[in-house]
Ligand binder design. Structure first.
Ligand SMILES: [Zn+2]
Length: 274
């Protein structure tokens, strides 16, 4: 352990200690499922798995880096839970333990303020090396959600977190679709309070959507004007990547998103996990 402490430094050690405590307290209902959903293989690094995950998240996920240490520990625990419940399938892409970690982190980021964070409606996440064709569509897809699962282009997913201030993040976009998809299909354990708050969100969203469909510019990308579902997913991207701009230009929408997701990206150190 002394070697590990030396390699990782004090803050990492604190995250580990909090993380370990959370694990001990955690309800291990999932154990009977673990044999079907084994944890991803280690990377071959000298670091223990939790420390490698912490390191990758700190390097590639600005949201995680902005959290307080105790929230980083909770985030890490949720990510590891999420990964174990999902089956990752790779298309034209070599499996790499960083891929499920970072994709799971996008889902956990979106739902960090919610009790129900596993997006249970979906068991499978398909990851393609780059943009891909779907049926008859002419344009290649960067991501989509269907009854079969959540689909992502790894190239575009990774780029979304490398350029975290441009309002484009396909990972958060598709996870936003996934979050509401299960509720729409009526086959999810989504909290009732989320459904109620989503109606409030819709009240704030529709006037902006109408304005955009009438040709007005907005802080949101024009793709949001496609329909309400795309508006929702794009507003989530903007909420996390351009929070100050969204709060300034569309305070009602920003407030509704804060209420709905139970978090404020402008005050990440104060996030209270329920
Ligand atoms: Zn979409």
């Amino acid at each position: 352990m002394i070697t590990v402490i030396t390699i990782l430094g004090g803050s990492s050690l604190l995250v580990f200690l909090i993380w370990s405590w959370e694990r001990i307290r955690y309800d291990y209902r999932r154990l009977d499922r673990d044999s079907n959903h084994p944890a991803p293989e280690g990377s071959g690094s000298l670091l223990p798995e939790w420390a490698q995950h912490h390191d990758w998240l700190r390097t590639h996920n600005i949201y995680y880096r902005s959290l307080s240490l105790d929230n980083q520990a909770r985030f890490l625990r949720r990510v590891m839970d999420f990964m174990r419940y999902k089956e990752f399938k790779y298309i034209d892409l070599e499996p790499d333990p960083m891929i499920p970690l970072l994709i799971s982190a996008a889902a956990v980021q979106l739902t960090f303020g919610l009790t129900d964070f596993r997006l249970d409606f979906f068991e499978k996440i398909y990851v393609s090396g780059s943009a891909y064709q779907v049926h008859w569509h002419k344009q290649a897809f960067q991501g989509h959600v269907s009854l079969q699962g959540i689909y992502l282009s790894w190239d575009h997913f990774f780029h979304g977190y490398q350029e975290y201030d441009d309002g484009h993040n396909v990972g958060l976009h598709e996870m936003a679709h996934a979050l509401t998809y299960g509720a729409m299909m009526g086959r999810t354990t989504m909290e009732k309070s989320f459904r109620t708050k989503f109606k409030e969100y819709a009240k704030a969203a529709y006037p902006i959507l109408t304005r955009m469909r009438n040709g007005e510019d907005s802080v949101l990308d024009r793709y949001a004007a496609t329909n309400f579902h795309e508006f929702w997913a794009v507003s989530v991207e903007t909420f996390f990547e351009k929070p100050l701009l969204l709060k300034t230009c569309e305070p009602a929408l920003y407030g509704a998103l804060c209420q709905l997701l139970n978090q404020d990206p402008l005050e990440l150190t104060a996030v209270k996990v329920v």
